[in-house]
Design a protein around this ligand. Structure first.
Ligand SMILES: NC(=O)c1ccc[n+]([C@@H]2O[C@H](COP(=O)([O-])OP(=O)(O)OC[C@H]3O[C@@H](n4cnc5c(N)ncnc54)[C@H](OP(=O)(O)O)[C@@H]3O)[C@@H](O)[C@H]2O)c1
Length: 307
């Protein structure tokens, strides 16, 4: 499995897409078609199994041509508007990308008999009672969560083979269009800025490579359905920030604990979010990384880059 596959990955400049492509290259013999709506900005000569294509994700004709040309067998859709506050403010774009694009890809998958792998989020839950399992009932409280749940529902009722991978607070060594939480905390600590961080918004932070490896394992085992894939530890944002400071040998004095209400974020956030990985452990035999181990891996990666 995954040796004769040709996998189209959307949203390739994004954090999760890059991790998925990296793991596909390291752990499988699949051919990868990386697509992005923008011009080539990534190094594309990394491997002859990778082909980069600029593709308008809403252009059904071009997607179909791409599928025929390359004999695509699976689509991994990571493209999304992921900025939670922007989704609240520009609902039309959020719905267009997070829902309509998925609808289109679902149709394409049905017509061509392809498997769809869709990334989703713990923000489909209201955060009253997290962390959550796959059988808990979603009840989103912001527009991002609503759009991601609508996409899940379209996929579930489409009669196609699929994996929906819900995750949360993803971080990686790479610098993409926007910094992740770890990069943001480290930048502020290195610049000696005070950072106000909520003691709410509980989560299970996830190393992108750990997420990607687990998705690829599910594909290799030919699994289908809904999976919660996130880090092992359950922390609030303040605790996570302190763990980051400790791990990178900064003092945590500049991390100031505040209540979520003091941050005046545009969109509501689930207070007790996060995901439980029992299904991944029992069905895939994967134990997700603790925060300490994940941050160590990050450090090693950065260390290797500069040495
Ligand atoms: N990061 C997290 O903490 C997190 C948590 C839970 C779930 N997820 C899910 O994981 C997936 C990937 O997240 P990520 O962190 O990798 O996101 P990301 O870094 O923001 O990347 C998303 C990609 O989507 C594409 N995109 C953005 N706006 C678009 C638009 N208006 N039209 C078309 N394409 C657009 C862009 O790729 P191109 O410009 O290259 O096309 C962008 O790089 C998403 O489905 C997200 O909901 C992420």
């Amino acid at each position: 499995m995954l040796h004769n596959e040709t996998i189209l990955v959307t949203g390739c400049t994004g954090r999760v897409a890059r991790a998925i492509v990296r793991v596909l290259l390291n752990e499988t013999e699949a051919t990868i078609i990386m697509t992005s709506r923008g011009e080539v900005t990534l190094q594309t000569d990394v491997d002859e199994r990778v082909i980069f294509k600029q593709l308008d994700p809403f252009d059904k004709k071009s997607i179909k041509e791409c599928i025929h040309q390359h004999n695509i067998t699976m689509i991994v859709n990571t493209a999304a508007v992921t900025n939670v506050d922007k989704c609240e403010l520009d609902r039309e774009t959020a719905w267009q990308v997070n829902v309509h694009l998925v609808e289109l890809l679902t149709q394409v998958c049905r017509i061509h008999g392809l498997k769809l792998i869709q990334l989703s989020t713990d923000y489909v839950f209201d955060g009253e009672n997290g962390p959550y399992t796959e059988t808990d009932v979603p009840e989103p409280i912001n527009y991002y969560g609503k759009s991601k749940l609508a996409a899940e529902n379209i996929i579930r009722s489409a009669g196609i083979d699929y994996i929906i991978a819900r995750t949360n607070v993803v971080f990686s060594a790479e610098y993409t269009n926007s910094p992740d939480f770890v990069q943001w905390v480290l930048r502020n600590l290195s610049e000696k800025n005070d950072v106000r961080i909520t003691t709410g918004q509980w989560c299970t932070p996830t190393l992108a490579d750990n997420l990607a490896t687990t998705i690829i394992r599910a594909l290799t085992l030919n699994k289908s359905g809904l999976y919660h894939i996130s880090g092992f530890d359950y922390v609030n944002r303040y605790q996570f920030a302190v763990a980051i400071a400790n791990s990178f040998k900064y003092t945590s004095d500049r991390i100031i604990p505040v209540d979520s209400s003091e941050l005046q974020q545009t969109a509501l956030r689930p207070e007790k979010g996060g995901l439980i990985n029992f299904k991944v452990e029992s069905e895939l035999g994967v134990r997700m990384l603790t925060i300490d181990k994940a941050l160590k891996k990050l450090q090693n990666k950065w260390q290797n880059l500069i040495s």
